[in-house]
Ligand binder design. Structure first.
Ligand SMILES: [Zn+2]
Length: 112
């Protein structure tokens, strides 16, 4: 994981509020104006979706990042199962040569 992804992912390990110690935490979204454009004249390129983790007890904001950064975290987590599945498929091909069902399937999938 890149450091930016790791830093964002750290937010998912928060278990309690640093202000009041409460454990009732909720993720929510907010559309924020990142430009100098006034309300009523905004277009979609002037606003950004932010994810934030708030304390249900005292309303403290515990973590906040953009939708793009959340997507980076989700994409990084998708890579791990994919790599494991590919490694498993390679292992099936490297077994004892013969006619195991998995080996035949693997060879068929490779078009051999
Ligand atoms: Zn709190």
């Amino acid at each position: 994981m890149t450091s930016a992804v790791a830093q964002t992912a750290k937010a998912f390990t928060i278990t309690h509020c640093r202000h009041c110690g409460g454990q009732e935490l909720t993720w929510a979204t907010s559309i924020v104006n990142r430009s100098d454009v006034q309300q009523g004249r905004l277009t979609t390129r002037d606003v950004e979706c932010m994810f934030y983790l708030g304390c249900d007890t005292c309303s403290e904001t515990l973590a906040m990042f953009s939708a793009d950064r959340l997507a980076d975290v989700v994409n990084a987590r998708m890579v791990e199962p994919r790599a494991a599945a590919e490694a498993q498929q390679e292992a099936a091909c490297q077994g004892i040569p013969g006619t195991s069902f998995q080996r035949l399937n693997a060879l068929a999938n490779q078009g051999e």
